[in-house]
Design a protein around this ligand. Structure first.
Ligand code: ZN
Length: 502
């Protein structure tokens, strides 16, 4: 076969993969947004079948051979070569699994999600525990097929964040613990900030009106983006011009919808801004979960919680909720939304205590996969960890072990990327502030200037480079966790008027 023939076969195959992926992505979005629960069993069965069809396409022996040749072919263009490398890596991780087992696992993931949803609504961990146990056992078996030198949890960490493993995460979390635990303790002893302005009654209809304005400010365009509502906000996409996000409205919590909207638009903008020539192929995705979270958390925490952002948006918010916010100034509002208080729910955590929520999940996952911990009684272990690290204990399973969806479908190794992403974001923002006047852009209704910087330095590359290379390209240096820790220390020392005790 000539190189041209191989490329033709490869391109036809990429198109078929993208068609099945699009269908499965839409089915997934539908399941999590509007599909009635009564039809779940029927849909789950067929979704698993379609996943099996995609499995067959992805693991076609002829295509694996072609990918194996293209990935090392110096004569073809670098983007095709890079894509072939990534497709080949994925195919090798999949082809070792017997198809029936792969399909059965897809079915289990769907059933486990349904069980989690129902257990959460009933506040009963025992309804979910058997599924969790089965998901963990099956994941161990599936990863075992790879015959990798790496241990199973390291492989999972590497899947979500290529290049990461327990050793590196242990060092990362140790650095976080060393500087954040004392800071959290200092903040706990300081005079608390008044957050009461955020927890009054805010009519959902009015929140919706404001969200419309917020989406426009963020340059989230209906031409390529769509926002829906779900209990757990998420973002998914089929191509650069079809990015779906969701948000959540809570009547007595004004910032829930605001922060989840800004966060998810961060994910969607990343996907939208990848170079259009990568559309429909593996290069169109964010290179790693940490890099994706860095973009959503950059939007949410570094821009969306800042004073200049609210100098532009607060007048309308205040007008929309005039009785509730009449006597609350913009600075008071921003201080309230940044206040730090240890809580039970990760998605509602402030920036400072957030990494502790992740640390707890990371330590539990490590123990679950090393065999030192079982799913029986895991809810109590969870609560003990919260008491140890955050000094709080849940009364309801829905606010403790059942709060997150990730374990239901077996996404172990994902959580640490949230903390890593927050830290990546600090380094991107520091560089962005050297290049452009971020505060002025936010105040002047020019959020697009921040987006343009990110597009140029991060987004457009998609998967063309690994995360550490993108960090170097964008900021000129390797990742440095101290930039993140300095940022948190400066921000919370200022916010709480803490004295430097060094
Ligand atoms: Zn996210």
């Amino acid at each position: 076969m000539t190189t041209a023939e191989k490329i033709k076969k490869y391109e036809d195959w990429v198109f078929r993969v993208s068609a099945y992926s699009m269908a499965l992505s839409i089915i997934g979005i539908d399941k999590m947004t509007v599909a009635p629960p009564g039809g779940a069993a029927y849909r789950d069965e067929r979704e698993a079948f379609l996943s099996g069809e995609l499995f067959s396409i992805e693991t076609d022996p002829e295509i694996i051979e072609i990918l194996g040749e293209l990935k090392d072919d110096e004569t073809i263009d670098p983007a095709t070569r890079r894509a072939a490398q990534l497709y080949h890596r994925n195919a090798m991780n999949t082809v070792c699994i017997p198809k029936e087992e792969y399909v059965a696992f897809r079915r289990l993931q769907n059933e486990s999600y349904d069980a989690w949803l129902s257990a959460k609504s009933k506040d009963d961990y025992s309804l979910f525990a058997p599924y969790l146990q089965k998901v963990i056992e099956t994941q161990k078996k599936m990863y075992g097929y790879r015959k990798s030198d790496m241990d199973i949890y390291d492989q999972m960490l590497d899947d979500f964040e290529p290049g990461m493993n327990r050793e590196k995460y242990d060092a990362f979390f140790a650095a976080l613990k060393e500087r954040l635990v004392p800071l959290i303790q200092c903040v706990a002893k300081a005079t608390p900030l008044n957050k009461s302005c955020l927890s009054q009654h805010f009519a959902i209809e009015k929140q919706k009106q404001f969200t419309k304005h917020l989406l426009a400010y963020l340059h989230f365009d209906k031409e390529w983006g769509y926002q829906n509502e779900t209990e757990h906000p998420f973002t998914s996409w089929t191509c650069e011009n079809d990015c779906r996000t969701t948000t959540k409205y809570v009547e007595d919590n004004l910032i829930s919808v605001i922060l989840s909207t800004v966060h998810e638009v961060g994910h969607a903008t990343y996907e939208h801004d990848v170079a259009p020539e990568f559309d429909g192929m593996i290069l169109s995705e964010g290179i790693s979960s940490g890099m994706h979270e860095s973009q959503s958390r950059l939007f949410e925490n570094y821009l969306g919680r800042s004073l200049p952002f609210w100098q532009a948006n607060y007048p309308l918010l205040q007008e929309t909720f005039s009785p509730q916010l009449a006597n609350v100034g913009v600075e008071e509002f921003v201080a309230a939304m940044n206040a730090s208080r240890p809580g039970l729910v990760r998605t509602e955590a402030d920036e400072l205590t957030y990494p502790m929520h992740i640390l707890i999940r990371y330590e539990l996952e490590k123990a679950l996969f090393s065999g030192n911990l079982s799913t029986e009684g895991l809810d109590r272990v969870w609560d003990d960890m919260y008491e140890k690290y955050l000094g709080v204990r849940a009364e309801k399973a829905s606010e403790s072990i059942l709060q997150d969806v990730h374990w239901a479908d077996g996404s172990f190794g994902y959580f640490p990327t949230y903390a890593l992403g927050s830290a990546f974001a600090a380094q991107f923002v520091a560089k962005m502030k050297e290049d452009i006047d971020v505060d002025e852009a936010l105040r002047d209704n020019r959020f697009d200037l921040c987006v343009a910087w990110l597009k140029e330095h991060v987004h457009r590359h998609g998967c063309m480079y690994d995360a550490d290379e993108i960090m170097r390209i964008a900021t000129g240096k390797p990742f440095d966790v101290n930039i993140y820790l300095d940022y948190l220390e400066e921000k919370y020392t200022r916010l709480y008027g803490l004295k430097e005790e060094k």
